[in-house]
Write a protein that binds this ligand. Structure first.
Ligand SMILES: *[C@@H]1O[C@H](CO)[C@@H](O)[C@H](O)[C@H]1NC(C)=O
Length: 204
């Protein structure tokens, strides 16, 4: 009986494992792609992801490339164009998902990182501070570009990929996707206590 149960358990484990999606798993700082090992996802995962985050402050660019399984709670972040952009700071996230074994093994596409820079007739308030200060010293206006048809206000603590937690107050142009799934699409950037509000842009 015990042998039978053990055999059943092993068989069951094999079947369950056999049903799991296989995805490439990796993450790498300051490169545009990464490669790693292939491993089964948690049972409930139906998609693999590959993505790239570009967090820029002034001339300091931090990239975070990753591949893995999509946590079902983050399914809505697939294929979205997440951009928060002020004159001093920007966060640009691309995430591509797919649903077959090892489908995320190719290079991470850079397309969205070169998305349209054509002014689109909208403007937003523009200001960026990081660390210590509690607000924007001077607020100016910024021309939005491409699909940036929302204005965003972020206040809170965050860490850029590979960086310490700091306080940020930022007013930006943003995509609709950034307002909807911006926070949950972050993998290399982490936000802690924050307030994010989006509003309609000013028509230039
Ligand atoms: C990251 O974003 C900055 C600011 O938009 C841009 O200048 C830079 O080319 C981007 N880097 C990559 C690898 O996309």
């Amino acid at each position: 009986m015990r042998v039978f149960l053990t055999a059943t358990a092993v068989l069951f484990a094999m079947i369950t494992r056999g049903n799991c999606l296989i995805c490439e798993q990796c993450s790498n700082m300051n490169t545009k792609s990464c490669s790693g090992f292939f491993a089964p996802c948690p049972y409930e995962a139906t998609h693999c992801v590959k993505g790239l985050e570009n967090s820029t402050v002034g001339s300091n660019v931090r990239l975070f490339a990753y591949k893995g399984c999509v946590n079902p709670a983050k399914q809505a972040t697939c294929g979205k164009e997440v951009i928060f952009r002020s004159s001093q700071m920007s966060l640009h996230i691309t995430r591509e998902c797919c649903d077959s074994d090892s489908c995320n093994s190719k290079n991470i596409k850079q397309a969205a990182l070169r998305s349209s820079q054509t002014p689109n007739g909208f403007k937003c308030s523009d200001c960026s501070t990081d660390q210590s200060s509690n607000g924007c010293a001077s607020v100016t206006e910024l021309q939005c570009q491409g699909n940036e048809n929302r204005c965003a206000s972020f206040m809170g603590t965050a860490s850029r990929p590979g960086d310490d937690v700091r306080r940020y107050t930022v007013l930006t142009c943003a995509t609709k996707d950034a307002c909807e799934v911006g926070i949950s699409s972050m993998e290399g950037t982490h936000v802690y206590n924050f307030n994010l509000e989006c509003s309609d842009p000013i028509i230039a």
